[in-house]
Design a protein around this ligand. Structure first.
Ligand SMILES: Nc1ncnc2c1ncn2[C@@H]1O[C@H](COP(=O)(O)OP(=O)(O)OP(=O)(O)O)[C@@H](O)[C@H]1O
Length: 816
């Protein structure tokens, strides 16, 4: 339904019109009756309308622009004010003649004529009655025709069908008005107030959105009921169209509003980010692209990166995958693809650095200098994988750091102790939540170069969990043939590790996977002697601790005898870690006194050592005297280095049972049984009365039950202990032994000799009994470690007893 065409008139004059008392747009039945009574003139000036149809009773404004029309309006306005209004058949025709206009029209009364500022004339007219043109009598100065009235066939007043149709028209009209946003709500007020059915039909027909032809057809329908029905049909179509339009519109609107919502949220987000100093999505991507330009990665990596960054670009920054993708790309940008530090090939300088940081360790230092020398000559050499093997605290890890400094490379370290999950080495696939690259890639990112010195600490303590075997992943890392394309699951690309210098450390070789062990060059770092520890303490540990506590060497001086006292009385280790702790305690003592401004002796005395560290704790580590039969000193190897152990045995009345205690493993218990059986078989040779074995029980004990002990190397010690017991012969002073026995009394070689020798020296042992085959191990040990020791190499048990036992009986020897 279109709005009454008042729109041609500007708003001011419209207001004027509404206030005009003559304008009664809503016709009452009484008005209608009045009109019906009016007689029509025989001839009428005919005003042709281009694009609308006037219905009886309806008020419309018409803008007249054509000269003929203006003249007609002027004349009529000055005269009877009555004109015949007909619509043109085609609105195109500029100067219509009789054949261009419809013959059926409506007699109209001019209500008002307005001269508009643009020169047009607007006339407000109201339709009265329908007429038909009989004959056009003139066309100048405007059309004039003879007419006759066309009466309407009106239904009976009580016609129910008609009133139902009229009601429907009213209802539908109200509905249409409600659904049309362009029709003002006052229109529904007007409709509700219309009482005359024929006026209602005309009013609605006039305002409906119909073509001129359709409207003309409605006007030409004589039967009012029929016209009402036709109007209702048109209205139905119109209403359906409207519904459809509204449907589409609301759908479009909801789509739009969703989009708008997101747009606004994004804008807000951007503003908030900017306020907070953050970077927007686009800036971020752009910055990454700029950074990528500076990378010296290969073509395939560049291609991959390009693909991944365009993926990021298409992502919504609010989804969680976005940050995963961004971290992924960040990693690419942070990794040192083909970025190397320049190696320093000044071998003298390198040696100086290694000597500066570490006392001793000649073998390791020699090997590193050799490596540097080769690298200097052939720059493309694959880096070796060194494995420093030895007890804790001997400087394996800190050596890695010095090597890095000597080479002028970056230093990174990862601790592999307790590692069970393969993903720790290789990373997780990035599809998992919380996925990360493996430790190798993470460390390279930290190093910032592709050729750092990479310390793999505690390679022997890798576990095997149910998440794959980390050792197998390490195989790839440490294989010079494969590691130029190390694959990390998170990175999804190969990374070249062939220029990395790997240094692994371990305390034991047994627990390293054999394939892994094969790939490394093992360098044994044995423990230190007391003298060496004193040197390390003096030259390295004390200055380091003083510096860490903010003191200088003028604040605390520990002379060699006092250092030796600390080493012997308070530490029991192959390395120097607890020595460092004890020295740290001494330094703290000085620091406290300085801070409290109290007097203290800068030069530490023995008494000061006892005052600060308490009374010496480890006297028992020393060799015990030989006054009791059956107590013999053995040498043991443990993961933490060599140690001495005592084997004690006693006799008690009984029936020849053998008891063994002291947290011993199966092999060690078997050694005891072998020793016992061997003695039984050779009793007479040793001067033992065979009946002893039936009258007495034997109990063998190895003190310190808290430490589990196992292995065959205590065989000769047990046998010596038992023979001493049964014969009550004294064991020679300051002798210790290690070796396996067979049932035939042969002595077999054992391992861990270096560590055992050092432990023996620490315990002030003077003579050592070893298998002949262990002679070659002794040859490999540095001279100074062997100083003051006598070695007895044996092949047979009788030789052991000859060396270890004296002919002398112990004091208070038992009478057996
Ligand atoms: N020969 C040495 N000269 C100077 N300092 C040393 C020497 N050996 C060890 N240290 C010092 O002892 C401390 C412990 O050394 P580090 O941590 O390297 O031992 P480690 O052999 O790696 O032990 P673990 O097997 O337990 O890892 C360090 O402070 C180190 O500087």
């Amino acid at each position: 339904m279109s709005r009454t065409k008042f729109t041609d008139i500007d708003s001011l004059s419209l207001q004027d019109l509404e206030q005009d008392a003559e304008l009664i747009p809503l016709m009452t039945p009484e008005d209608e009756e009045e009109i019906n009574k009016e007689k029509l003139p025989e001839t009428l000036p005919i005003l042709p309308l281009r694009n609308t149809v006037l219905f009886p009773g309806v008020v419309i404004p018409i803008t007249a622009g054509r000269d003929k029309s203006i003249k007609l309006i002027q004349d009529a306005n000055n005269g009877s004010k009555v004109v015949g209004v007909v619509s043109q058949k085609s609105e195109e025709v500029e100067n219509p003649t009789g054949k261009d206009i419809n013959t059926l029209g409506v007699v109209a009364r001019i209500l008002r004529v307005l001269k508009m500022p643009d020169g047009n004339t607007t006339v407000i007219i109201q339709g009265k009655k329908r007429f038909e043109i009989d004959e056009v009598i003139t066309e100048d100065p405007y059309l004039q025709a003879t007419i006759k009235e066309v009466p309407e066939a009106r239904p009976e007043k009580e016609n129910e069908e008609f009133s139902a149709i009229v009601d429907s028209i009213k209802e539908l009209a109200l509905k249409i008005i409600k659904q049309s946003p362009n029709i003002p709500s006052e229109a529904s007020f007007a409709i509700s107030n219309i009482e005359s059915p024929s006026f209602l039909i005309n009013f609605v027909s006039s305002n409906m959105n119909l073509s001129v032809a359709d409207k003309q057809k409605l006007l030409a329908t004589n039967d009012l009921k029929e016209r009402a029905l036709a109007t209702l049909k048109f209205m139905n179509v119109e209403q359906q169209k409207l519904e459809l339009k509204n449907d589409i519109q609301s759908k479009v609107q909801s789509d739009m509003s969703q989009q708008q919502r997101e747009y606004f949220l994004h804008q807000q987000m951007k503003t908030i980010q900017e306020e907070l100093g953050g970077v927007s999505h686009e800036d971020e991507v752009e910055e990454m692209k700029q950074r990528a330009k500076k990378k010296s990665w290969g073509e395939d990596v560049a291609k991959h990166f390009k693909k991944e960054i365009s993926k990021l670009q298409r992502m919504n920054p609010q989804v969680s995958e976005y940050s995963i993708q961004r971290n992924y790309l960040d990693l690419f940008l942070d990794l040192p693809w083909n970025e190397f530090s320049k190696d320093k090939f000044d071998l003298k300088r390198a040696m100086k650095i290694l000597d500066r940081d570490h006392y001793g360790l000649e073998d390791v230092k020699k090997r590193i200098i050799e490596y540097l020398a080769v690298l200097k000559l052939r720059n493309d050499m694959k880096s070796p994988i060194l494995c420093l093997y030895g007890p804790p605290g001997v400087g394996k890890t800190s050596l890695g750091k010095s090597v890095a400094e000597a080479l002028g490379r970056e230093y990174v370290r990862i601790s592999l102790g307790g590692l069970r999950d393969e993903a720790e080495i290789r990373g997780h696939r990035k599809t998992y939540i919380g996925a990360m690259p493996g430790r190798i890639i993470q460390s390279l990112k930290k190093a910032g170069t592709s050729n750092p010195v990479f310390v793999l600490d505690e390679i022997d303590k890798i576990g095997t969990g149910n998440q794959g075997d980390p050792s197998s992943a390490l195989l790839e890392v440490l294989d010079p043939e494969q590691n130029n394309e190390f694959h990390d699951n998170f990175l999804e690309m190969g990374f070249d590790l062939s220029k990395v210098m790997f240094i692994a450390t371990c305390n034991s070789l047994n627990t390293i996977q054999p394939a892994l062990r094969d790939r490394m060059e093992i360098i044994n770092v044995t423990g230190y002697t007391i003298e060496e520890k004193v040197e390390i303490g003096k030259k390295h540990l004390l200055p380091k601790q003083l510096e860490e506590h903010g003191l200088t060497k003028d604040h605390l001086k520990i002379a060699k005898p006092q250092l030796e006292k600390i080493v012997e009385g308070y530490t029991r280790e192959s390395g120097v870690r607890s020595l460092e702790k004890q020295i740290a305690k001494m330094v703290r003592y000085a620091a406290k006194n300085i801070a409290m401004e109290e007097d203290y002796s800068v030069k530490i005395t023995n008494d000061d050592v006892v005052e600060v560290l308490g009374s010496p704790k480890l006297e028992r580590d020393k060799y015990e005297n030989n006054d009791v039969a059956g107590v013999v000193t053995g040498l043991a190897w443990t993961r933490v280095g060599g140690d001495i152990l005592f084997i004690e045995s006693i006799l008690s009345k009984g029936k020849g049972n053998l008891n063994i205690t002291g947290n011993l493993g199966k092999v060690m218990k078997e050694s005891a049984t072998i020793a016992m059986e061997y003695i039984k078989a050779h009793a007479e040779e040793f001067g033992i009365i065979p009946t002893i074995f039936e009258k007495y029980n034997v109990h063998i004990h190895v003190p310190e039950g808290a430490t589990p002990k196992d292995g065959p190397s205590a065989g000769i010690t047990m046998l010596t202990s038992l023979v001493s017991l049964f014969t009550q012969r004294k064991v020679k002073k300051s002798v210790a032994m290690t070796g396996e026995i067979t049932l035939r009394g042969k002595v077999l070689p054992v391992g861990g000799i270096k560590e055992k020798i050092l432990a023996a020296k620490r315990a002030r042992i003077k003579e050592i009994v070893l298998c002949e085959d262990n002679r070659r191990d002794i040859k490999e040990i540095k001279e100074e470690y062997l100083k003051g020791l006598t070695f007895h190499y044996v092949t047979d048990m009788s030789q052991v007893l000859d060396v270890a036992l004296t002919k002398q009986k112990v004091k208070n020897a038992k009478k057996l």
